[in-house]
Ligand binder design. Structure first.
Ligand code: ZN
Ligand code: ZN
Length: 252
């Protein structure tokens, strides 16, 4: 039945597009008011238009992956999602538990998928994203179709591995889109003790260092895998500690 799928797809695409431009505009405005929080001194303003064009192309595919996962779940071809009802508080607790589990699984998916694309035979599919050495919010989805597929196919697969209700899958994708754009903001607003050892959360500096130094910080949600696999930027924790005071990191 192409009709319902097309409606679902258009809903996903327009929602992601609105998030992309909404977050991009808000973050750009906040950044303009806080030049002191800029992470790198370099600038690549000349590639922003190309980043936006490529992001829209990648979002066409990303919306298809998300819509396909939701559609297959709605058709009953995946695990049966748990029933969430306000009348059964435990069902809400269970759904939130599955949501957190989904964040952890996606973190592993992203880390290993991303590292795979840094492998020489596959790097040509990821090189476009690394044209942005100084990321801006608009860099987040500037990727090839193969690169976007490897990183985002999780949202097609997740209904087959977790009984996560559709609303929480959508919530996870919204979380991923917003935090991804904050991760490319180029300005640091979230440096805190929980963004560095011994905690496992991240701040914008984490992925900024990936773009700036290339060989480190492959994850995007937690620092678990980079710490475990020895790919954490050697100065990440100390940089976050310094940025906690609100000053910019001009040392790189
Ligand atoms: Zn990369
Ligand atoms: Zn990036």
């Amino acid at each position: 039945m192409p009709g319902p799928f097309l409606m679902l797809y258009l809903g996903c695409f327009s929602g992601l597009l609105a998030l992309y431009f909404g977050c991009g505009i808000v973050l750009s405005c906040v950044n303009a008011r806080h030049p002191e929080r800029r992470i790198q001194t370099r600038s690549q303003a000349d590639i922003v238009a190309a980043e936006i064009r490529q992001s829209v192309v990648a979002l066409i595919e990303i919306a298809a992956l998300l819509a396909s996962g939701l559609w297959l779940q709605a058709r009953g071809w995946t695990l049966v999602p748990i029933d969430v009802s306000i009348a059964h508080p435990w069902s809400i607790v269970a759904a939130l538990g599955l949501f957190v589990l989904s964040l952890v699984l996606y973190d592993a998916w992203f880390y290993w998928g991303h590292r795979l694309m840094h492998w020489k035979p596959l790097y040509r599919f990821h090189a476009l994203h690394h044209r942005s050495i100084v990321p801006t919010p608009w860099s987040n989805n500037s990727d090839t179709l193969v690169g976007a597929f490897i990183e985002q196919a999780y949202f097609l697969v997740v209904p087959f591995i977790l009984p996560l209700p559709a609303a929480f899958i959508v919530l996870h994708k919204i979380y991923d889109q917003v935090t991804g754009m904050i991760g490319h903001a180029g300005h640091e607003y979230f440096a805190s003790p929980t963004a560095r050892a011994p905690w496992l959360m991240l701040c914008t500096t984490f992925h900024d260092q990936h773009h700036g130094a290339f060989h480190y910080n492959f994850a995007n949600t937690f620092s678990i895998w980079d710490r475990a696999m020895g790919t954490l930027h050697p100065r990440y924790d100390e940089t976050v500690e310094r940025l906690q005071g609100g000053s910019a990191d001009r040392s790189r």
